[in-house]
Ligand binder design. Structure first.
Ligand code: HEM
Ligand code: HEM
Length: 226
């Protein structure tokens, strides 16, 4: 069985592409903000998927497998950790990325720019609160960039200095040498996958705000509601 199951690998590379796209479209702004919103919605769905997969996925994808306390981190730093999957230190960066990227996608849905783009849930909180969240969203974007830069640097360090290839397994799955039948019993089956995809779809739908009853003003001109 692979170290990283296929849904987790697809999640990772889609997330990497979507976050890169969201940062670029956010910087460029203008007409690209429509795509910024679409990519942000995709990212929210991916994170929702990952949260469910962290409970129902295959063993190495599960949070309780890799989110460990300080003792495990010390053991890792002392060279006494020989597990598979995310190491106890790398797990901190995984959790930080999932959290910060998730919050960034959430805040985006309540943000608006100074021109004509409103996140789909701005009307729930009003313009003043939206402007405060937008400021946080701009700070959040910098935090996302810092975490991704650290992440890619760490992967490069493992490859060049510690001669350990982490990218291969994230592309092909890698081999963990566990009996496939035993592994299947330990999660990540088709029912778990359908459930995780359903949760992700419902999350994206709910945050698109189609269920909000538009006010008369908003119907007249949804983009210029100040
Ligand atoms: C915007 C860009 C990126 C983001 C947001 C991102 C995010 C993540 C996240 C959240 C994980 C944890 C996976 C999990 O949920 O369990 C992860 C793991 C990983 N990522 Fe990325 N990633 C990005 C770019 C890259 C790039 C460019 C590479 C390759 C050069 C890469 C290689 C890896 C590898 C090898 C792992 C597994 C690390 C391990 O073995 O513990 N990532 N990444
Ligand atoms: C993880 C997902 C996201 C990332 C990484 C991201 C990143 C960014 C970046 C880099 C900027 C430019 C900040 C600046 O000018 O300094 C930005 C602005 C913005 N984003 Fe996002 N964003 C995400 C999700 C979303 C979502 C889902 C929405 C709405 C549906 C959204 C709405 C906005 C708005 C309205 C602005 C303009 C703010 C302004 O004019 O200052 N974002 N975002």
């Amino acid at each position: 069985m692979p170290i990283w199951d296929l849904p987790l690998r697809l999640f990772h590379w889609l997330l990497a592409l979507a976050v890169t796209g969201a940062v670029v479209t956010g910087w460029l702004g203008g007409n690209l903000m429509v795509w910024h919103g679409r990519l942000g919605a995709l990212i929210l769905g991916l994170i929702a998927f990952r949260l469910v997969w962290g409970v129902l996925g295959t063993p190495t994808a599960r949070f309780h497998h890799f989110v460990r306390g300080p003792a495990a981190i010390r053991a890792y730093l002392a060279g006494r950790w020989h597990g598979i999957g995310h190491n106890p230190l790398g797990a901190l960066s995984v959790v930080a990325m999932l959290l910060v990227i998730g919050l960034q996608a959430l805040s985006g849905h309540f943000a608006r720019d100074d021109i004509a783009f409103n996140g789909p849930l701005v009307s729930l909180i009003g313009n003043a609160a939206s402007d405060r969240i937008t400021r946080l969203h701009r700070l959040g974007a910098d935090l996302v960039l810092i975490l991704v830069a650290l992440h890619v640097t760490a992967i490069a360090y493992y490859r060049r200095v510690r001669k350990q290839d982490l990218i291969g397994p994230m592309l092909t799955g890698g081999r963990q040498g566990i009996d496939p039948a035993a592994d299947r019993r330990r999660g990540g089956g088709i029912v778990a996958l359908v459930f995780a995809l359903a949760v992700a779809s419902i999350t994206v739908w709910a945050f698109q705000g189609g269920w909000i009853t538009p006010s008369a003003d908003a119907v007249a001109d949804p983009a210029f509601d100040w």
